[in-house]
Design a protein around this ligand. Structure first.
Ligand SMILES: Cc1cc2nc3c(=O)[nH]c(=O)nc-3n(C[C@H](O)[C@H](O)[C@H](O)COP(=O)(O)OP(=O)(O)OC[C@H]3O[C@@H](n4cnc5c(N)ncnc54)[C@H](O)[C@@H]3O)c2cc1C
Length: 333
């Protein structure tokens, strides 16, 4: 039987650079590898990996396996899977970490199946049980209303990790590691899909996922206009971004890209201001990782007040402009 050792991160590149999720996985993977007293490796597979391999070392990897091939220029399950499967079989890690991203959601179950193991998706916390060396995996269940803790005895123990759930290490360019170009052939005849075109949504201002402050509006905003005026003014003042619950996106008041929750984006800003949002579990599943939640709602019984650290009961039409004007005064003084 193969000896399983170490932690392997399946990395991602974004615009030719190490994606932020990969930094977060490396931060978490470093902690797990140290607890196990084993190595942390990272797979970077792309058309060209470039400086990202050095970055992966600066963020905690001991070894970076690079695979460069034209078929890896953009993520496609049929090509990436061949690489990840071969490397996982060669390296035989105890733990595999994958981002809960559009790529990771697609890759993880396929890879787990090929390796004959299980996968726990959307983990918020991971640790090692010192007695068994098993990976202790915490993930939300029942639409975010509870958290469950899992372990799995099938190897390699594979988990996907939610973006922003883990912190990257401080970048340390003096950290030493090994870059290993892995010789893995890709059978392009097995790649059944072709990317015809990639259309990038034009992002205006700060991206929701990167914003330290999110000013989010719900159905109670009543229409598209307050998103472009009242909420935008507050978000700009706080150097943040505007977000929304699902109904404003479904109604076409805001772009689908602003939709936060179980079926939308998962965010974890420093401050999340939920305005005229009732606080359904499917919404809070996407924002409960925020450091501080502030709620503004006219209904004192709204569920969002159970999630929020601070709350104001009142109509947003009155509360938000007053809040914005006080904030302007404080920032000016
Ligand atoms: C499978 C599934 C997946 C889902 N995924 C998501 C998801 O990803 N994200 C998501 O958000 N939802 C999702 N939902 C929908 C979710 O269940 C709720 O219906 C939705 O979150 C409600 O949005 P809301 O809070 O904006 O609207 P409502 O629940 O209608 O709440 C509006 C709130 O605004 C307040 N209000 C009204 N007027 C004012 C005012 N003038 N000033 C202040 N407050 C005011 C009201 O008191 C109320 O609390 C999903 C549902 C299902 C079944």
């Amino acid at each position: 039987m193969a000896e399983y050792k170490g932690v392997l991160v399946c990395g991602e590149l974004a615009d030719g650079k190490l994606a932020s999720i990969t930094g977060e996985l490396l931060g978490c993977g470093r902690k797990l590898a140290d607890e196990l007293k084993e190595n942390l490796s990272c797979l970077l597979a792309s058309g060209a990996v470039g400086e990202a391999s050095k970055e992966a070392i600066a963020f905690g990897a001991d070894k970076v396996y690079t695979v460069e091939h034209p078929a890896l220029k953009e993520y496609q399950a049929d090509s990436y899977l061949q690489v990840a499967e071969k490397l996982a079989k060669d390296v035989s890690p105890r733990v595999i970490l994958i981002g809960q991203t559009s790529m990771g959601r697609d890759l993880a179950p396929r890879l787990a199946f090929r390796l004959g193991t299980s996968v726990t998706t959307d983990c918020l916390n991971l640790s090692i049980d010192p007695a068994t060396k098993l990976l202790v995996q915490t993930r939300p269940v029942y639409g975010g209303n509870a958290q469950a803790v899992f372990t799995s005895e099938s190897m390699p123990q594979t988990a996907t990790v939610r973006a922003k759930a883990m912190s990257p290490l401080e970048r340390d360019a003096s950290r030493k590691g090994e870059v290993i170009p892995a010789k893995i052939d890709i059978d392009t005849s097995k790649v059944r899909t072709k990317i015809v075109e990639t259309v990038k949504e034009e992002a205006v201002g700060i991206k929701l996922e990167d914003a330290p402050v999110i000013v989010s509006g719900g159905r109670g905003m009543g229409g598209p206009q307050p998103f472009q005026t009242i909420l935008k003014e507050l978000a700009d003042l706080l150097h943040g971004a505007v977000g929304a619950s699902r109904p404003p996106a479904d109604n076409g008041w805001v772009s689908e890209a602003l939709h936060i929750g179980l079926t939308g984006k998962i965010v974890a800003p420093d401050i999340y201001i939920a305005i005229a949002i009732s606080g359904a579990s499917q919404h809070t599943a996407g924002c409960s990782g925020s450091k501080h939640i502030i709620a503004i709602n006219k209904d004192p019984e709204a569920n969002i007040f159970r999630e929020a650290e601070f709350g104001v009961v009142g109509k947003y039409e009155e509360v938000v402009p007053a809040f914005t004007s006080k904030l302007k005064e404080l920032l000016a003084g």
